[in-house]
Design a protein around this ligand. Structure first.
Ligand code: CP
Length: 308
């Protein structure tokens, strides 16, 4: 594969290869020994048309730890503001012999479009409501570390699934790796195609969380609810916010995940988010660096192979 645009359709052995490599980077990172020359002389550009804390920072760290020249293009101060189109921006970056382009965009499909126009390997860092592949990879790595396997686990993905690219990427990955996937939320925030994807749909948290191994909470994406009904934070928390009482319906050793950014008191209670016995939110962030190192490693190796 030259690019990482989506997890839908990716072969399970390729996903497992990425996770295994990410695991080895996670161990090296913990030992402070991950400085390598693998990407020496290569250029990685972060092109984020939407805000980010975790994804952009961890791609920067990942690129630097592998020896790449990393440039964070600030879209808000770029010529995009003078009316330059996405494709003209891409052509400009292409002319600078960029090797890897990491893009986040509000339009679903923008990274795929870009990948047809540039020579660089393109990595989707989140496109609209479509996919966020590296997030699902880091989630899977975190689950595998905590549970020892992905096979036959029950994963409940809860909240605003409709607008969530994180949920879509997770659904594709987890089903490919033989997990049982449930999605839990109010009917207005569940995508119409949910059951066709092969997941079970629940509108009640207690039923959806019953005996789950993993509880993954999602943020209400108000910025994508233009014209739609925005639930009140208080009502949402009452019915769908994860607190200790609702979590009791999951398995006693169930882990709690959140891709971030969190809205405490809306989709998750602080006591649960900060409970070291259950919450793996910090480990998710840590695994983000390892997963992105693995993705950069594999894509750059594939580029070298194609160049031969
Ligand atoms: N999970 C995630 O994508 O976080 P950021 O928006 O901070 O990158």
């Amino acid at each position: 594969h030259r690019h990482l645009l989506a997890l839908q359709g990716l072969e399970p052995p390729y996903i497992a290869e990425l996770l295994d490599l990410a695991e080895s980077y996670a161990l090296l990172n913990r030992g402070g020994k991950a400085q390598r020359d693998l990407l020496r002389g290569r250029t990685l550009i972060n092109l984020f048309f939407e805000d980010s804390t975790r994804t952009r920072t961890s791609f920067e760290l990942a690129g630097k730890r592998l020896g790449a020249d990393v440039i964070n293009m600030s879209v808000s101060t770029s010529s995009v503001n003078k009316g330059e189109t996405l494709l003209d921006t891409a052509a400009t970056l292409n002319a600078m012999q960029t090797d890897l382009l990491v893009i986040r965009h509000s339009q679903s499909g923008a990274p795929a479009l870009l990948s047809q126009k540039v020579d660089a390997g393109v990595i989707n860092a989140g496109d609209g409501t479509h996919e966020h592949p590296t997030q699902a990879l880091l989630d899977a790595l975190t689950i595998r570390r905590r549970k020892g396997t992905l096979e036959n686990l029950t994963v409940a993905i809860c909240g605003d699934v409709l607008h969530s690219r994180v949920a879509r990427s997770n659904i594709h990955l987890l089903l490919a790796m033989n997990c049982r996937v449930r999605i839990v939320g109010p009917p207005t925030l569940i995508p119409a195609e949910a059951e066709a994807l092969g997941v079970e749909v629940f509108h009640d948290m207690r039923a959806g969380l019953k005996d789950a191994d993993v509880v993954m909470m999602l943020r209400l994406q108000k910025e994508r609810m233009q014209g739609g009904l925005v639930p009140s934070a208080r009502e949402f928390f009452r019915f769908y916010g994860l607190d200790a009482a609702k979590l009791r319906h999951a398995k006693p050793d169930a882990i709690v995940m959140h891709p971030g950014p969190m809205n405490r008191g809306v989709e998750i209670d602080s006591a649960v988010a900060d409970d070291p016995a259950r919450s793996v939110i910090g480990e998710q962030v840590e695994m983000g660096v390892a997963v992105r190192m693995a993705v950069l490693d594999v894509l750059s190796q594939n580029q070298r192979r194609n160049a031969r």
